[in-house]
Write a protein that binds this ligand. Structure first.
Ligand code: SF4
Length: 359
């Protein structure tokens, strides 16, 4: 399995998906494969712009690409969280229209057959349809989570198990079961929707615009990068380190090959909703969305660590409007003239957090 991650920035999810698939060389990878499962995140019936569910443009782009390769046996499969109706989520988000338009199947995994499996003492009921597919494309959203801190590639596979197993996962503390699940099911490909994932919760409501997507064969590598982008170390998300130990792979970002296909677009990112409380410590001027989001995530982490007091009365410069200008604290390559700054275009939240903690 390749550990290369392709990263792309932009606002047009369909074009971004197509460009990621071209960089990956999808056509060669699916030679001889006949049945395809696309596994989005439909945790609840919440629209993608709320920061919880996968943008449907990504799904349409993949289906069109598969059709161009003559691949017709395509199923969109998901199971919303316990207590929520997958059917309702699919209806509200337009999946029935997609199914009709492209002649693809929809599967509510809650109604699927399950195969029992065990890894490291964790017993899980796995979706037969997912196990039987030739090529599974995992389509998570990178976002916050109230119990695991972050959810993205590895945790999205929780939608491939029975509701009974989901309840067991929560009883067992989520971390080891998620790692075990990833030892039992490895998707062929994962494309992370990091367009506007929620800051805190998996059901959305406080989306943070990042205008970014990532693609890789390796869900663990994607989660290592995702954690860094949200200001966490892999050790703070134990399912990453446990899963990496199971596979005997590194959780160091330096050991992962990251190919960035373009630069973030010029923007004028603005705080929304509850992020406004964190935004009072920022001084944005033409900030790209990904850059501004990294800063918001870093301030959030600092707040959670009880260190927000060190920013009292201060505002952190961010954005292209700060190029060549002096400031006390700056975030990103555009703010290199700041007295204290972190480089990167955009920088990760974990790098910004390290800088803020040294102030
Ligand atoms: S460093 Fe400047 S150009 Fe790069 S992402 Fe940040 S604001 Fe945009």
């Amino acid at each position: 399995m390749s550990r290369t991650i392709y990263v792309i920035y932009g606002k047009d999810a369909e074009t971004m998906t197509d460009n990621l698939l071209s960089a990956y060389g999808l056509e060669r990878k699916i030679e001889g494969k006949e049945s395809f499962v696309l596994k989005p995140n439909l945790v609840t019936a919440s629209l993608p712009d709320n920061g919880a569910t996968t943008h449907t443009e990504i799904i349409e782009a993949i289906i069109k690409r598969l059709h161009r390769c003559g691949k017709k046996n395509i199923t969109i499969a998901e199971s919303s969280w316990v207590g929520a109706s997958t059917e309702e989520a699919m209806r509200r988000l337009g999946y029935h229209d997609i199914a009709r338009k492209y002649d693809v199947k929809l599967l509510d995994i809650k109604k699927d057959k399950f195969r029992k499996a065990e890894y490291d003492g964790v017993q899980i009921e796995l979706s037969e349809s997912v196990l039987n597919a030739d090529f599974v494309i995992n389509l998570p959203v990178l976002k916050g989570h109230c119990q695991t801190k972050m959810t993205s590639a590895m945790k999205n596979l929780k939608g491939c198990i029975s509701d009974r197993s989901k309840r067991d996962f929560h009883r067992w503390g989520l971390m080891k079961p998620i790692a075990a699940l990833n030892a039992l099911i490895t998707p062929s490909l994962t494309i992370v929707d990091s367009i506007c994932g929620d800051l805190d919760f998996e059901e959305g409501g406080t989306p943070v615009e990042t205008d970014r997507m990532m693609l890789s064969e390796d869900p663990i590598a994607l989660d290592v990068l995702g954690a860094s982008l949200m200001g966490y170390t892999p050790e703070e998300i134990p399912y990453i380190t446990i899963g990496a130990a199971y596979r005997n792979v590194s959780t160091k970002l330096d050991d992962i090959d990251i190919v960035t296909l373009n630069k973030p677009e010029k923007g004028n990112a603005k705080p929304k909703g509850t992020t406004a409380r964190l935004a009072r410590y920022t001084d944005p001027d033409q900030a790209c969305s990904a850059c501004y989001a990294s800063l918001i995530h870093a301030i959030k982490r600092l707040d959670e660590d009880g260190g927000i007091g060190r920013l009292a009365g201060k505002r952190i410069a961010v954005g292209q409007g700060w190029r060549g200008k002096e400031s006390e604290i700056g975030s990103g390559a555009c703010c290199k003239c700041a007295k204290h700054s972190v480089q990167g275009c955009p920088p990760s939240a974990s790098d910004i957090l390290s800088m803020l903690k040294k102030l």
